[in-house]
Design a protein around this ligand. Structure first.
Ligand code: SF4
Length: 252
């Protein structure tokens, strides 16, 4: 298991190549800078971590669909951005991706990575596995040097079809901000009360090293539901057990 420690937002503020502006910046009820992505394809964007990244957003473009409701989510809170549109179909994703790759090839600007991210949790799409197959085929045809990356919150890793699909991608990037359930309930805010971090850690281990851990470490006090809350997870009491959980998995 590789570990990736993130000290900023998990989805960086990204600008379309050649511009300095975010993709879509919407007013937020909470005065946070909120960003919704076009669907199903956005960018390409410059990613500090990944290079020239062509984004694939499996959620609708007019809202957010996620099994977490992180207080730092750049897409805003779930309740404030309920989409009216449907998710793109597998066929729509494949068609749009092929058209974009063909255009990028003509422009002589091929991506370094095809990144599943956007307005929520990509593995929640009911055809996620088929979409990964299509994407790998298109990558092989148009830009064989590019990597396929998935940014996920790990809540679907027990679904056999999702797990098999994640084994086919180059960068299976899964979120684990901490192993403290109280902190997770306060900051990541899983939608389902049945979420158990011990199960997630066991599920990550079952990837046998084919996984990259992405974590958000924060310091400071913020306001949640009108109350000031200390969200510092950089102390020893948080980092030591998190490190144990990461080390318990096979490093790649
Ligand atoms: S896991 Fe979901 S709520 Fe959290 S930052 Fe990612 S998209 Fe936003």
């Amino acid at each position: 298991m590789r570990k990736m420690i993130t000290f900023a937002r998990p989805h960086q503020l990204l600008s379309p190549i050649g511009t300095n502006r975010p993709i879509i910046n919407t007013p937020s009820p909470n005065n946070m800078s909120t960003l919704l992505y076009p669907s199903p394809i956005f960018g390409p964007v410059h990613s500090r971590r990944l290079g020239i990244s062509l984004g694939i957003n499996l959620m609708p473009s007019d809202g957010k669909v996620c099994t977490f409701d992180c207080i730092y989510c750049e897409c805003g809170f779930n309740k404030d951005y309920i989409p009216r549109q449907k998710r793109p179909t597998r066929e729509a994703v494949s068609k749009a991706l092929e058209a974009k790759l063909r255009q990028m090839r003509q422009d002589g600007l091929l991506p370094d990575v095809l990144t599943f991210a956007g307005n929520g949790e990509p593995t929640a799409h009911p055809d996620f596995d088929g979409i990964i197959d299509d994407t790998v085929n298109l990558r092989d045809r148009y830009c064989p040097d590019a990597k396929v990356s998935v940014l996920s919150n790990a809540t679907f890793i027990f679904n056999d079809r999702v797990r098999a699909a994640l084994m086919k991608v180059d960068n299976n990037i899964q979120k684990l901000d901490t192993v403290d359930m109280d902190y997770i309930r306060m900051v990541d805010r899983p939608v389902k009360s049945s979420y158990r971090v011990e199960q997630i850690i066991a599920g990550l281990k079952a990837f046998n090293g084919h996984v990259i851990i992405q974590s958000m470490f924060m310091k400071g006090i913020t306001e949640i539901d009108g109350h000031p809350v200390n969200v510092d997870n950089t102390g020893e009491s948080y980092v030591a057990p998190w490190l144990e959980a990461v080390k318990a998995n096979q490093a790649r």
